[in-house]
Design a protein around this ligand. Structure first.
Ligand code: ZN
Length: 114
């Protein structure tokens, strides 16, 4: 460990070892505000992911095609979609719903022409 491995308390400005979780001087938790901000972003992403997932289910039931398109759009708008399983499921089920919708339209056209 080098002498550079220190951080300064945002509250009282005292020097602390880098691995310290609390300030030795005033007892304030380090990076508390950063953690809080991240969890808010994660909550927003989780809410968007769930909305995408629910819309994708609507796309397969009471809101065909439109629900699926909305699910895919909401899924791609989710900031943490690469790690958000709800958003991933929403995008995948949304695409399945769109595919089924297109197949349904094609079958309808075929049936109308036949
Ligand atoms: Zn402090």
């Amino acid at each position: 460990m080098s002498s550079g491995d220190v951080k300064y308390c945002q509250n009282c400005g005292s020097k602390n070892p880098i691995e310290q979780k609390f300030c030795g001087e005033c007892g304030k938790t380090f990076n508390g505000s950063t953690k809080e901000k991240m969890s808010t972003e994660q909550k927003t992403g989780m809410a968007q992911g769930i909305i995408s997932f629910v819309l994708s289910l609507f796309g397969l039931s009471c809101l065909p095609f439109l629900g699926s398109i909305a699910a895919v759009i909401t899924g791609f708008m989710t900031a943490d979609r690469k790690t958000n399983n709800f958003a991933k499921a929403g995008i995948i089920i949304g695409f399945v719903g769109i595919s089924l919708g297109i197949i349904g339209i094609l079958i309808g056209i075929y049936a109308a022409l036949a």
